[in-house]
Design a protein around this ligand. Structure first.
Ligand SMILES: CC(=O)N[C@H]1[C@@H](OP(=O)(O)OP(=O)(O)OC[C@H]2O[C@@H](n3ccc(=O)[nH]c3=O)[C@H](O)[C@@H]2O)O[C@H](CO)[C@@H](O)[C@@H]1O
Ligand SMILES: C=C(OP(=O)(O)O)C(=O)O
Length: 433
């Protein structure tokens, strides 16, 4: 088993460059299936395991996909299959994002039920409600969701009970080729929704209002391949901002878009962290002492749940009591136990976590429970006493490109190794940790 080993105590300094956003590129790749004409060229694509997985899904469905030099070319002009099997959906829930495109292109989509995951049950009822409103008949059975429509999808008004990111994206994709106009109310407003709308419009779609709570989509006859640059990853940017702050360092996070990060910037400033907007990114300067704060995760523009565990690592180092309340996912506190293994003074009370800081963090062997928890545990390792070993790196690789190398480039004492499962006594003396 691979692990990342980090020794705490180094201040981070320098510049780190942000990749294209995982949560923007996955729906954009799914949307490229809508082009029955021409190729889609998607640029600034991060080399993440999730990207390889969705590429596999597209190939399975019959599209031609190439991926090199951070550029993906998709040719979906041929005939497409209708089914995305469980082996892909199990690896990555975002595989359900092909459903809207397949239904619009083929009149049928059969996708394995995603089931739960480490952060909660994550149902997709709001996606299905949207498809049904557009005339699809949805059946669930034998571990699959089967959606079919007679003729074409029809434009409809869909009110989302919660501004779900995935449901908004899936409905936008389906509605782009529907007959007539669709309106999504209580739509998600995340920057990744705007990126998807820009991609769809550049393919010939008519999507208006993305980034607001009401999105109108006028269906068109046909969409064609186009060229598109993916927006920078605000969560990767935020993770490096926390890395700078937790070590009391001074780091320029190149590519960080201030408007995408306003809630995080506000909360970090409340903690006494200095954040300066520069021409090409955000500079973060950690203070001597961090102040405690309260955080509640919310849909955008509220505080992002995907930054919750990294902020937990930071608040463990602040002097005083902080409270983090998770309102987006029902069970996104699996990392709390791991922080306790590192001597974190932290407890769960319902949907909140109470942190009494500063904790004297100690290096320990800890296990990543999801991709953001993986990053957060490494962040704690940057300031813990001694060596922290983080396992279950498959989670980290879903969302971060060369995370340890980027941290090492900023001065962290960190390496990634294959596991030495059996260490002989004489070798043990030579293992430098
Ligand atoms: C690939 C991707 O972009 N993933 C992001 C996306 O996930 P994802 O699109 O899955 O997140 P959603 O916004 O859909 O989910 C938010 C909440 O709504 C619930 N829900 C969602 C859909 C539905 O039909 N019914 C329902 O009850 C979910 O269980 C969850 O509690 O947005 C999340 C919230 O910002 C982020 O944490 C994820 O990183
Ligand atoms: C939860 C996340 O992603 P996904 O929805 O792909 O699991 C995330 O990016 O933090």
């Amino acid at each position: 088993m691979e692990k990342i080993i980090v020794r705490g105590g180094k201040k981070l300094n320098g510049t780190v460059k942000v990749e294209g956003a995982k949560n923007a590129v996955l729906p954009v790749i799914a949307a490229s299936l809508l082009a029955s004409d021409g190729k889609s060229i998607i640029c600034d694509v991060p080399t993440l395991s999730d990207v390889y997985t969705i590429n596999e899904v597209l190939r399975y469905l019959g599209a031609e996909v190439s991926f090199k030099n951070n550029e993906i070319v998709v040719d979906a002009s041929g005939e497409l299959k209708t089914e995305a099997p469980f082996e892909y959906v199990r690896k990555m829930r975002a595989s359900v994002l092909v459903m809207g495109s397949l239904l619009a292109r083929n009149g049928r989509a059969r996708v394995a039920l995603p089931g739960g995951c480490a952060i909660g049950s994550r149902p997709i009822d709001q996606h299905l409600k949207g498809f049904e409103a557009m005339g699809a008949v949805v059946k669930v059975g034998n571990g699959f969701i089967d959606a079919q429509v007679e003729g074409k999808l029809r434009g409809a008004k869909v009110y989302l009970d919660f501004p779900s990111v995935g449901a908004t994206e899936n409905i936008m994709m389906a509605a782009s080729l529907a007959e007539g106009t669709s309106v999504i109310e209580n739509a998600a407003k995340e920057p990744e929704i705007v990126d998807l709308a820009n991609f769809l419009n550049s393919m010939g779609a008519k999507v208006r209002g993305a980034g607001t709570g009401t999105i109108r989509i006028e269906g068109v006859e046909k969409l064609r391949g186009t060229r598109h640059n993916i927006i920078p990853d605000r969560i990767e940017a935020g993770t490096f901002m926390v890395a700078a702050a937790i070590t009391g360092g001074n780091v320029l996070v190149q590519g960080a878009v201030p408007e995408h990060l306003s809630s995080l910037v506000a909360k970090m400033e409340e903690m006494g962290i200095k954040i300066i907007e520069e021409r090409d990114g955000l500079r973060v300067i950690g203070p001597e002492k961090l102040k405690p704060i309260d955080i509640k995760t919310m849909p955008h523009p509220g505080f992002p749940t995907d930054m919750q565990s990294q902020m937990m690592a930071l608040l463990l180092c602040a002097k005083g009591t902080s409270v983090i309340t998770e309102t987006v996912f029902e069970n996104r506190f699996m990392h709390v136990e791991e922080f306790r293994r590192m001597n974190g003074d932290i407890k769960i009370e319902g949907r909140s976590v109470i942190i009494n800081g500063p904790s004297e963090l100690q290096g320990a062997e800890v296990s990543a429970t999801d991709l953001r928890a993986a990053a957060a545990l490494i962040l704690s390792g940057l300031v813990a006493d001694g060596y922290t070993r983080v396992t279950e790196l498959k989670h980290l690789d879903r969302g971060y490109v060369n995370f340890h190398d980027k941290l090492a480039g900023l001065g962290a004492d960190i390496e990634r190794i294959a596991d030495l499962t059996i260490v002989q006594p004489e070798e043990q003396a030579n293992v430098n940790m």
